[in-house]
Design a protein around this ligand. Structure first.
Ligand code: ZN
Length: 218
């Protein structure tokens, strides 16, 4: 049973969830893809492109499945029997694919998550699922980093949370400035990882991230 602090925090997380929009019909979505094909300069009625709107619409359902998921419900099953375990719990190199909200171009990278439990732990697969919930939405990397950290912090109420994301943005590598091989590092440190430099250094060296995730993007 969630205590009252958790209940308040859950309200907070839910209030930050994207507003539910009126979803267009599937036919409207198919037409929108045909419009973009014509905008690109091709003919959506030519044979090779006939099935494309349907494939794109189905891909969108997969790329953006995170809007239909509740990050709080995911974390609510916690385990309290820890036999006094009071060290860092860490999941490294969680691969994710997301899409930037400015260009709808892929962001591909990995997330490292650590927390210092305070009576409650979750199954590690839940950490990976939490990443999926936020990755399968239109994103900016800084926001996704903060969302993962804040949700863990507010639901589990651990002594500290550290989240570092390293990712390549295809809107930078395939268009615009064309800078392949560049990856962006963002981090969000809460609790002891924010206040205690030794604990922070420890977690960053366990993550093995470049320069310990120097860019703190809240
Ligand atoms: Zn972009």
């Amino acid at each position: 049973m969630p205590d009252s602090t958790t209940a308040t925090n859950i309200q907070k997380i839910r209030s930050r969830e994207p507003v539910r929009v009126r979803r267009p019909s599937r036919d409207e979505a198919l037409d929108a893809v045909r419009t973009l094909i014509r905008w690109a300069g091709d003919d959506p009625e030519r044979e090779g492109l006939l099935g494309t709107p349907d494939r794109v619409v189905r891909s969108y359902a997969e790329f953006f499945s995170g809007y239909g998921e509740d990050p709080v419900a995911l974390l609510q099953r916690t385990f309290e029997e820890m036999d006094g375990y009071d060290e860092i719990v860490m999941l490294k190199d969680i691969r994710f694919e997301s899409h930037c909200e400015h260009h709808i171009a892929p962001i591909i990278g990995k997330v490292h998550i650590a927390y210092l439990p305070n009576n409650r732990v979750v199954g590690i697969s839940k950490l990976a699922r939490l990443v999926e919930v936020y990755a399968k939405r239109l994103q900016i990397q800084e926001k996704m980093t903060a969302q993962i950290a804040n949700t863990l912090d507010e639901v589990l109420q651990p002594k500290g949370v550290a989240v570092v994301i390293e990712a390549a943005h295809q809107c930078m590598t395939t268009r615009g400035v064309h800078k392949p091989g560049v990856s962006m590092v963002t981090s969000r440190m809460l609790g002891v990882f924010r206040t205690d430099p030794t604990t922070r250094r420890e977690v960053l060296s366990m993550f093995g991230t470049p320069a310990g995730g120097t860019g703190e993007h809240a």
